[in-house]
Ligand binder design. Structure first.
Ligand code: NAD
Length: 324
């Protein structure tokens, strides 16, 4: 037996054919786990499984019988199951909430939430019956904690994932079945163009990424490293955690962006400039200049114009945003 951190463990990774899931499957195989990639995309799943030297199974995570078949496959092929990473997820394209269709709503709730329900409904009884510790890792999102506009029901679906994770952690802690969630901030995957409502380019991601304190989006490797820890015995005393990768303060940012866009009633006035840092005052409504609101600090991030190229820091909390 090797020295991998997941040596001897059998893991299902849903949505493992691409994006974060592929990163998770790659890490798990590298750390000695026996992995089953469970994905709706049969060809992509088979190709990744071949590349990694693991197994794949055509799975629709919204179907109970597919979860039952996955459990049987794990038992027949590997003699059991230890870890489930509920990573498969989807979204509709970023749009005004009043334009979201019934189909959009059903899609995110089925793929993102019902999948967690079904995985626990089918697999928890297995762990209970075998009296063995099990590990559930659910991929939620920072969107479920600090939501952005235009993705109301995706955000709500991820909030449900986070909440269900915490609830089941409390409920099944006594049986040593652990439930944790990883909440990535935006990354560059097959879903990103839908999140931002535009093509997934560095330029179009910039508004999202500018709110991330560590200065970049998340990668499959980031998500995989967090999952590896939570799946490993190093995390045997960790349950009910929503591990955020990485924290930002989006609510403040959007309040400010909205105010900035209102134009004639709200203004930003340059107060002082120190090196590349600029202080702004926000003027709201018809308040006289003497009663201008909070002072904001900004840092020039490009050099084209005052209107579009400042990163704004709100008060002393140092939440930041791009003012475009
Ligand atoms: N990309 C981001 O910025 C971001 C940020 C936070 C959270 N997430 C979450 O990360 C997870 C992975 O998404 P990703 O960004 O890697 O996207 P992705 O589109 O690259 O991967 C999603 C995978 O899930 C599979 N899938 C979709 N519906 C399925 C179903 N019904 N049954 C089985 N498989 C299905 C797809 O075939 C695909 O392989 C999702 O839960 C997503 O919500 C993504």
């Amino acid at each position: 037996m090797g020295q991998g951190r997941l040596e001897g463990k059998v893991a299902i990774v849903t949505g493992g054919a691409s994006g974060f899931g592929k990163g998770i499957a790659t890490k798990f195989v590298g750390e000695g786990a026996k992995v089953i990639i469970a994905d709706l995309s049969k060809d992509a799943a088979e190709a990744v499984a071949k590349e990694l030297g693991c197994r794949s199974m055509l799975t629709d995570v919204t179907k109970r019988e597919h979860w039952q078949a996955l459990l049987k496959f794990a038992q027949d092929e590997f003699g059991g199951l230890d870890v489930i990473v509920n990573n498969a997820g989807t979204t509709y394209k970023n749009k005004p909430t009043v334009e979201v269709t019934d189909q959009d709503f059903d899609l995110v709730m089925n793929v993102n939430v019902k999948s967690i329900f079904l995985s626990s409904s089918v697999l928890v009884p297995y762990f209970l019956e075998k009296k063995k510790p099990g590990v559930f890792i659910n991929i939620a999102s920072t969107a479920g904690i600090r939501p952005r506009p235009g993705l109301t029901w995706y955000n709500a679906s991820k909030a449900a994932v986070s909440n269900a994770t915490k609830t089941m952690a409390v409920e099944y802690g006594p049986q040593k079945i652990r439930f944790n969630a990883v909440c990535p901030v935006v990354g560059s995957t097959g879903l990103t163009h839908l999140f931002i409502g535009k093509p997934d380019t560095e330029e179009n991601r910039a508004g999202f990424v500018s709110t991330v304190p560590l200065g970049r989006g998340s990668t499959p490797k980031d998500v995989a490293n967090a999952c590896c820890y939570l799946a490993s015995d190093e995390a045997e005393f960790i349950t009910g955690v929503n591990l955020e990768e990485s924290r930002s303060t989006v609510a403040d940012v959007y309040r400010l962006q909205k105010a900035y866009r209102l134009g004639k009633d709200v203004g930003i006035r340059q107060v002082t400039k120190r090196g590349s840092r600029v202080e702004f005052a926000i003027r709201q409504g018809n308040l006289p200049e003497a009663r201008m609101g909070v002072i904001y600090e900004a840092e020039e991030v490009e050099s084209k114009s005052l209107r579009h190229n400042y990163k704004i820091y709100v008060n002393s909390e140092h939440s930041c945003c791009n003012n475009q």
